[in-house]
Design a protein around this ligand. Structure first.
Ligand SMILES: [Zn+2]
Length: 409
């Protein structure tokens, strides 16, 4: 006689990674630029607050910034245009995209359309062109305070519990702010928002790799203002033609000084850029690391040494022109690299961390377990003192267990 087995439905341990579920999971974000995360309605409110003559002035000043940025990128290309041609091309671009905007009657939608890297954005050059606009609204203490406060509010909505937010202080001195004023305004915004939303944050100071002096300045600033919650320095900017080797001396001095190092590498250049970040740059984490799959020996080293990879999928899709389906994060996850997802620039890309995990899960057929793996990798990779990091990791793990009790973590 065949025995009829008992079915225990309480043992069901599968979870469909829906938006609601992913949003609810406590998540860390470790690669996010403050100037790429300015809320659209906040920029709109800043513009509305201006008098008509201030708006006119702002529009002209932003135009100048956009023009020089565009010309600089045209001249930095492999086959650069002449200065006159570059200027002509930049002028044409602005006439089409920027000049029609009327600051007196601008809507939140128009602000958004201008800030987001949409269909007009073809590659890293166009992407970088999006930054002068939000940066213009990050030059006073009030603006910086509001941007930082609002940033934490958005993180909270996204289910982020810990964030390491980065910016280049040298880009916020256009209207005469001192570094002390910049850090005071940003950290007060982060702190006030933490009281309301409970999101913990730390700062990373970015140095621009095409300017050796800027890297030295960034490292000195990070050292001097460390008590503001600065945990690391980052080397950002175009990789091609600007090797990390050039900054090796100053980065060596950072090792063991109480600050950590993360370097944008393998985003816009091949594996040698990642190799240099690890050797000459002493990177504790790699920003992007997308080209890692092109060098199997280096890839194996990164896996074996548990070197964290700050993966920014949507950002790569826009700047590198690759598809989600072909993104190497699928392999990073499969081979148990210490990977985790990030937005990079949530406002420029119009994304959230929840979206990043959801899109990857939908595209690669990931279950909730894989998403949680990425999330826990992120907590493990935070630039916090070991005991503090461990406590945060355990807290997040407990919360995830409460949300999905049958998950095998
Ligand atoms: Zn970045």
């Amino acid at each position: 006689m065949v025995e009829v087995l008992t079915y225990d439905r309480s043992r069901i341990g599968l979870y469909v990674p829906t938006r609601e579920l992913i949003q609810e999971l406590p998540k860390p974000e470790l690669h996010t630029h403050l100037d790429g995360a300015v809320a659209y309605d906040l920029v709109h409110a800043f513009i509305r607050q201006m008098s008509s003559s201030e708006r006119k002035k702002a529009k002209n000043e932003i135009r100048k910034d956009l023009l020089s940025e565009r010309i600089r990128h045209e001249l930095a290309k492999d086959k650069p245009l002449s200065r006159i041609e570059a200027r002509k091309k930049a002028e044409e671009y602005l006439k089409k995209t920027y000049d029609p905007i009327n600051f007196d009657e601008i809507s939140i939608d128009e602000v958004k359309r201008f800030m987001v890297a949409g269909e007009d954005c073809k590659g890293l050059n166009d992407f970088l062109m999006k930054f002068p606009f939000p940066l213009y609204f990050m030059q006073t203490e009030t603006h910086l305070y509001n941007v930082a406060y609002r940033f934490i509010e958005e993180c909270h909505k996204d289910g982020i519990t810990y964030v390491e937010v980065r910016f280049a202080p040298t880009l916020h001195t256009k209207k005469g702010l001192t570094y002390q004023e910049i850090f005071n305004a940003v950290t007060t915004g982060l702190k006030d928002a933490k009281e309301k939303y409970g999101v913990e944050s730390r700062l990373i100071v970015c140095g621009l790799r095409y300017d050796s002096e800027d890297v030295v300045t960034a490292i000195n600033i990070a050292r001097k203002y460390k008590e503001y919650g600065i945990v690391a320095v980052d080397i950002a900017g175009p990789e091609r033609g600007f090797p990390v080797k050039d900054h090796s001396k100053v980065l060596t001095e950072v090792v063991g000084s109480g600050l950590r190092i993360t370097i944008h590498a393998g985003e816009a250049y091949d594996p040698p850029s990642i190799r240099q970040a690890l050797t000459y740059g002493h990177a504790n984490r790699i920003g992007h690391g997308t080209s890692l799959v092109k060098d199997s020996a280096l890839f194996e080293y990164v896996i074996d040494q548990r070197i964290p990879l700050e993966v920014c999928v949507s950002s790569n899709i826009i700047t590198m022109g690759i598809s989600l389906e072909s993104h190497p994060v699928r392999l990073f996850a499969k081979l148990q690299t210490r990977w985790f997802l990030n937005t990079d620039d949530r406002s420029i890309i119009d994304t959230t961390l929840t979206d990043e995990y959801l899109n990857a899960a939908n595209s690669f057929g990931w279950g909730l377990e894989m998403i949680v793996k990425g999330i826990l990798n992120g907590y493990k990779s935070a630039f916090l003192p070991h005991a503090e990091k461990n406590e945060m990791f355990q807290k997040a793990r407990t919360k995830i267990k409460q949300i999905a009790p049958k998950l095998n973590i």
